[in-house]
Write a protein that binds this ligand. Structure first.
Ligand code: SAM
Length: 397
């Protein structure tokens, strides 16, 4: 429970508590569970349940035959269903864990639900002509200063957009940006820019590149557009992401989040991975449950599957047969990890679960693309990186 990753006995399925995993990134702060887990804890109000049931009944009445693509998606679903059901069974049999699920969101009285008026829009700020002039001011956190007897608090002012901002210390830093305060975890760095400027992240030498690259692109998809959570881009834009030039000379494990849309899966297999120089290896599944252990939606609901896919591949650096690859454990297919989702389509942190498959020397250089939060020991890139670093999401340890 301390590590946030719970391995079920006699199985490779794991349960993840993202809050505990994220908190390993911090020396003096902790993410408050109540602000991470803002959904899936309360039972759905009965009025809403009957509305959902009515809507589903209406849909069931007029079943339309699946088109060719939908049939292919359904076949894919049928192939993994068995693994997902088995994984869910593991959770339902783990009584000690089940009892604790409801306690993952302890009420610490710090719940922060941002609304559009008090939240900073990094996407908008990064697009105005003044963006290159905005500065972020980093300083050692107050508790560290007090315990270490640091009298003068030196502030470092750095460009907030289009430049690498790093906290190389072993202690979390606080950062001021346009009257908001953000928490920067120990040993983390970030580069906030639009996709057009991603080349600024390419290391001068590929010996300084990344061994693990996690990517969660803003795929075009009905629900993201509908709720306007973040801007999306047509898939072809992602072809230009310079994965090979970001990868370490010893190679990189690439982990790509994809939706269940068949068109997208085909695009990744036939176009995206080949263009990136990535060889497909396996697909893992994130199964989403509520605090009572039930799935967030019916497993067979075509448009609302309770799982998402993580497609894994290798970008072989200098040499596919190098000692780094030959020593690695081979990545099994159809591995399942389970968690209670946070809000705003936040993905659980997966780095630790992939550690044994990362090529190269330790400690691995890890990169997250299209990130909205920072991780200790990682570099993060995206156009709204500090979104979940607002100090109101944190309490002091
Ligand atoms: N993995 C993230 C998480 O768990 O919170 C979610 C990432 S979300 C799917 C995609 C992100 O890409 C959003 O933060 C969005 O603002 C960002 N994005 C959209 N268009 C972008 C662009 N042109 N350049 C850089 N980032 C962009």
């Amino acid at each position: 429970m301390k590590s946030g990753i719970y391995q079920f006995e006699g199985s490779s399925v794991v349960f993840v508590d993202p809050v505990r995993v994220l908190n390993l990134s911090y020396s003096h702060f902790r993410v408050t569970p109540s602000s991470y887990y803002s959904r899936f804890f309360e039972p759905t109000p009965s009025a809403r349940v009957s509305k959902i049931q009515r809507k589903r009944k209406r849909k069931e009445k007029t079943p339309r035959p699946l088109n060719e693509r939908e049939q292919a998606a359904d076949e894919r679903h049928q192939r993994v269903k068995h693994f997902l059901l088995k994984a869910h069974e593991c959770l339902l049999e783990a009584n000690d864990l089940l009892i604790n699920l409801g306690k993952l969101r302890v009420d610490d009285g710090r719940t922060f639900y941002p609304n559009s008026t008090d939240e900073q829009s990094f996407v908008e700020l990064g697009n105005v002509w003044q963006a290159p002039l905005f500065e972020i001011s980093l300083h050692l956190n107050q508790d560290y200063r007090l315990t270490q007897g640091v009298q003068n608090c030196e502030k470092r002012n750095l460009p907030a957009f289009g430049s690498l901002v790093a906290n190389e210390t072993n202690s979390d830093m606080e950062a001021d940006f346009l009257n908001h305060e953000y928490i920067i975890p120990k040993q983390s760095s970030f580069y906030m820019s639009d996709l057009k400027q991603i080349h600024g992240l390419i290391p001068v030498k590929n010996e300084h590149g990344f061994n693990l690259i996690v990517i969660d692109p803003p795929w075009e998809n009905g629900s993201a557009n509908q709720k306007l959570k973040y801007p999306t881009l047509p898939s072809r834009y992602f072809l230009s992401i310079p994965i090979k030039r970001l990868a370490h000379a010893d190679g990189a494990l690439v982990a790509l989040w994809v939706t269940n849309k068949e068109k997208l899966r085909i695009f990744v297999e036939n176009d995206l991975f080949p263009k990136w120089g990535v060889k497909y290896i396996a697909t893992h599944y994130w199964l989403k449950v509520k605090a009572d252990g039930s799935l967030i939606s019916g497993l067979d609901l075509f448009h609302h599957r309770p799982y998402e896919c993580l497609v894994l591949g290798y970008c072989y650096g200098k040499d596919e047969d190098s000692e780094y690859f030959s020593k690695l454990k081979s990545i099994p297919d159809c591995q399942v990890f389970i968690s209670i989702p946070g809000d705003y389509s936040r993905k659980p942190p997966i780095g630790e679960m992939l550690r044994e498959y990362i090529p190269g020397l330790e400690p691995a250089h890890c990169l997250e693309l299209f990130a909205r939060e920072l991780l200790g020991g990682w570099t993060s890139w995206g156009n709204e990186l500090l979104r979940f670093q607002d100090s109101r999401y944190f309490s002091r340890k």
